[in-house]
Design a protein around this ligand. Structure first.
Ligand code: SF4
Length: 701
């Protein structure tokens, strides 16, 4: 069949944000290929991206029409959209009247498009009168957000992907981009192949495909990152590898850091981290000699009870060596989700305000409220992701509206999340698929349009804003999330939601950014469609976008200097292992699955790589427990149990076990769900959960 015109869009999975060409033949069959002209991926796609056509076309799992139940004892029944909006509006109004605005909340997703994120924030913060709007980006990047703000003054990723090809030294900590950000990893791998002098240091308790290309793998004990980065800083001080001119002119805090790092000997640091002191020095020597140095990180740092301390300690290495604001240099957080950054731009978290304005600043709140024509915005930060479910559990939160995320599988301590949803007075779930376990808890289920069934924008890890067009119709009665939100707002009789399409929402968002650090007032919807993607800021109509930040060495702090922060916690604060629970469980992604498998789980060719959840365990730990390769094992702690097959190797550090995060209920039981075991601790500032460190015991089943 002949192909019709290809539509340019963006992959809906990870924060790399690859360009995709969607082709549709005359029989409406969809195929996808990498966009050769898109600067991010230059035609490449990973296994997940290249199979998106199957996800788009397989609709047997889709939610096709609104469903509702009158009480928890009634069955769900099909209703019209108008009845669904009437019910949602009447329940939200009556709960707010009775219990106040803070008794309702929205829990959304880093997969939402920017316009959807913008609307749900406007609706909640401006009109419902509560800041209880948080997102699963809280589980992903919130420690990095705080780290950037403390160090650079705002949530701003300083560099571009094109800096990868300009760097000669990389320090990759708590990340496995070979599996989780594959196209970026391919760029890095190619760069090293073509430039053998490029040095790569990987920090990870596991040997991974990423560590296989490293010149040095520091296989540290989980949770000891701050000690390691401080020891590296000490070596840089000792070897006089500090960029004194940059530090003196453009930073504050160096003396406090120096004093701190000299308190720990290399010997002690090596013992705490479980690596050789000579390797710590070697890593520092690579960094100290670098002409252009990038440190990359993701969940291994962020998902920690001391996630902020890990972030600032790592960013310190870039600051003391002056590797920021110049080609091939800078700190570079690898975003997990496709639009986590777009969400942050519109204030998509309980403690943020639109356009990077400050929720705690009265003038900023008034500016936003005036712009929206809304009531005053509350100065009180709202409930964050895990706090929201705690509040449902203890009865303070009565109603929750969940959009495009599956907290029953993805939040820590999953049994508590189930209990919380059972206790909630009213649960709205807005999603595309019945594959989400969370839909079972809905009192009102709303069918949403999916990827290529709606239009909008996203921002990837390098601040690149791209347009995603609507290519095909959504099945059944599914509506774009933005339309669902503005129709609900209209039903609530809120003024300012009379939109005809999402381009109006986008242009409103752009106007609100004028004069801010992330000014995109020069990037109208029309320009975005006509000229393609841009990296923010784009402050006027002929501005070309900004690939690299801080080239002028002016930072967004009040004194315009970068802040070298002394970490509050040097040692980990996770729950302790014990005689009964002697192993550290860490969780994470595998190559071909995404989040809770609601999409990737229905593509056969993506299930062949690792078809079912496996516990990765060191052979020595297995021998002590008489466990053999392929045995079914029981992983246990006081929060729950998981029963899966075991995979033995020497790649994972002794005393540590790894379980993929993707699986929920399999054939009705939850024995593959990693979050049965994860703990309730969160970083006290970023409120990001401590997914990477839970105490467990493992035994043969
Ligand atoms: Fe999609 Fe990420 Fe793969 Fe690119 S690297 S194709 S954005 S999943």
């Amino acid at each position: 069949m002949s192909k019709l015109k290809a539509h340019k869009t963006i992959c809906s999975y990870c924060g790399v944000g690859c360009g995709i060409l969607v082709n549709q033949d005359s029989n409406k069959k969809i195929s996808v290929e990498g966009d050769p002209d898109y600067p991010v991926n230059k035609g490449m796609l990973c296994s997940k991206g290249m199979n998106l056509n199957y996800v788009a076309q397989e609709t047997s799992d889709r939610i096709l029409y609104p469903e509702m139940r009158w009480s928890k004892n009634h069955p769900m029944q099909r209703v019209s959209w108008d009845d669904a909006f009437t019910r949602a509006a009447s329940v939200f109004k009556s709960i707010i009247d009775k219990h106040g605005s803070d008794s309702v909340g929205f829990y959304v997703s880093g997969q939402c498009l920017t316009e959807e994120y913008y609307l749900v924030n406007k609706l909640t913060k401006g009109f419902l009168g509560t800041n209880n709007i948080d997102t699963n980006s809280r589980l992903c990047m919130s420690s990095a957000v705080v780290g950037y703000k403390k160090s650079l003054g705002d949530d701003m990723v300083p560099i571009s992907y094109e800096d990868i090809e300009l760097a000669d030294t990389f320090f990759i900590a708590g990340a496995n981009p070979a599996w989780c950000h594959p196209i970026l990893f391919r760029r890095l791998e190619k760069h090293k192949q073509e430039n053998p002098n490029v040095k790569i240091v990987v920090v990870d308790p596991r040997k991974t495909q990423t560590s296989s290309i490293a010149d040095l793998h520091l296989q540290i004990n989980p949770g000891t990152d701050v000690v390691l980065y401080n020891a590296i800083a000490r070596r840089l001080f000792e070897k006089n590898r500090i960029d004194k001119q940059f530090v003196q002119k453009n930073t504050i805090g160096i003396e406090e850091l120096k004093e701190l790092v000299y308190k720990t000997s290399y010997r002690d640091a090596a013992k705490i981290c479980g690596v050789d002191a000579s390797d710590i020095k070697k890593a520092a020597n690579y960094i100290g000699r670098a002409n252009a140095f990038i440190n990359m990180w993701t969940m291994g740092l962020n998902q920690s009870v001391i996630g902020v301390d890990k972030n600032v300690s790592l960013i310190n290495l870039s600051l003391i060596t002056g590797h920021i604001g110049k080609p091939g240099s800078g700190p570079f957080s690898l975003t997990g989700q496709p639009n986590a950054m777009g969400g942050r731009e519109v204030g998509g978290m309980a403690n943020l305000l639109a356009a990077h304005k400050n929720l705690l600043n009265e003038q900023d709140r008034n500016e936003v409220a005036n712009f929206w024509g809304s009531k005053p915005i509350s100065p009180k930060p709202g409930l964050t992701a895990t706090e929201m479910f705690d509040a449902l559990d203890n009865g303070k939160l009565k109603a929750i509206w969940i959009i495009c995320t599956n907290p029953v599988v993805s939040l820590p301590d999953a049994k508590k999340v189930e209990r919380a949803l059972e206790k909630a007075n009213f649960v709205v779930v807005q999603d595309i698929s019945h594959n989400s376990e969370t839909t079972k808890y809905a009192d009102l289920l709303l069918p949403a349009a999916g990827w290529i069934e709606k239009e909008g924008t996203m921002t990837n890890s390098e601040r690149r804003i791209s347009y995603l067009p609507k290519v095909i119709d959504a099945p059944g009665e599914a509506l774009p999330d933005a339309e669902i939100l503005w129709k609900f707002a209209q039903k609530m009789n809120f003024q300012g939601f009379e939109y005809e399409n999402t381009s109006e929402v986008y242009d409103e968002h752009c106007a609100l950014t004028k004069g801010t650090n992330m000014d995109i007032s020069g990037l109208s919807h029309k320009r975005l469609i006509e000229e393609g993607s841009f990296q923010w800021p784009v402050p006027h109509e002929t501005h070309p976008g900004t690939p690299r930040l801080f080239e002028d060495k002016i930072f967004q702090t009040s004194d315009q200097k970068a802040h070298i922060n002394t970490p509050v916690n040097i040692l980990n604060k996770s729950e302790k292992t014990s005689k009964e629970l002697p192993l550290i469980l860490t969780t994470g992604r595998i190559r071909d699955q995404w989040h809770t498998r609601t999409k990737t789980g229905k593509v056969n060719r993506l299930t062949t790589h690792i078809p079912s959840p496996l516990l990765e365990m060191n052979v020595i730990d297995a021998m002590e427990r008489n466990i053999k390769e392929g045995d079914i094992v029981e992983i246990k702690n006081k929060r729950g149990t998981v029963k899966v097959k075991v995979k033995l190797n020497f790649d994972i550090k002794e005393g540590v076990v790894f379980l993929p995060m993707h699986w929920g209920k399999i054939r009705g039981n939850d024995f593959g769900r990693a979050n049965n075991l994860t703990n309730n601790l969160i970083d006290p500032v970023s409120k990001e959960p401590d997914y990477k460190y839970s105490a467990v015991q493992v035994s043969k089943h």
